[in-house]
Write a protein that binds this ligand. Sequence first.
Ligand SMILES: [Zn+2]
Length: 313
Amino acid sequence: MAIHYDRSLNKFVVLSEYQQIHFDQEEEQIFEEVKGVTRKEYCEWILKDDVKIKGDLRYIFTPHDKIPTYNDLFKTAYDPLVNAKELYTEMNKIRPFDEKSLMKFVKRYGLPINEFIQERTDTLERLNYTVKEDEIKCFTDMDVIIFNHRLMKFKKCVKLWGDIKENNLNELQQIVEEFGLYIKDDFIGPEKKAIWNKVKDQPLLGIAKAYLSMLLNEGYAGRAATKFIDGYIVPAIIFNDLIEVSYYQLTQTVFNDTKLVECHFCKDLFEPVHAKQHFCTKRMNEKRSSCENTFNQRVKYKNKKEKQQKDKA
Ligand SMILES: [Zn+2]
């Protein structure tokens, strides 16, 4: 039986306002100086694709004067393990460099991370506002490039788990080839090379599972901790950010050998709460699954239109 934590020691806050800063040419230059590579090269390296630069989302932040008082923050904070069991599949729905899907997530769950490539003086001031005591995390600033980098690694794990459970041989073959190439890199340590040598002659599924296990270990999934409640010390977990929460939730899915299902409406993967569930689970603070709702409304609309056309004819 795998260890399972029911509560997080950190609660997360959703702020009422988030503003966006987009890439302009000046920022592009800063990026070049900091990383020593152009953003185009960076994107090609990660996405293996050319991505437009100017106008892309660069930072998301909450202006200092829009951050509520500590007591108000406390009232709205949520425990992702209690209130947002669907958080990791919602994280998986964010498309890298797609502003719309990212903002949709941010408005519901708050900023996923609180990190920067370079420190600008004005953002540094806001960073200090992050409330870390009393188990509450209020993220006010996010560097979208760092987020995209971590998001893509996480999405890769979700996809791999999906392919393993579907026994998707074509995809698994590609993944195994990628694993073989990855291991040849000079930067890869001997322990990872040892994993490859141990499994490389096994069936495809075994190699893919070894690769997934390795990728999951590259992303942090929280730190084990304790909480004192009603005279008992009970297990709890500490998360630095929502990507760590997502990794934790995904590892639970893997431990439980749970199959993710494709939503009838949005075609993304979700974890079914009950058998015969065809649509994404309702999200935090939703009364019903919005995918199911929208799907039903469209069917209704279509039927109505068809009936009207029939009546006319
Ligand atoms: Zn859906």
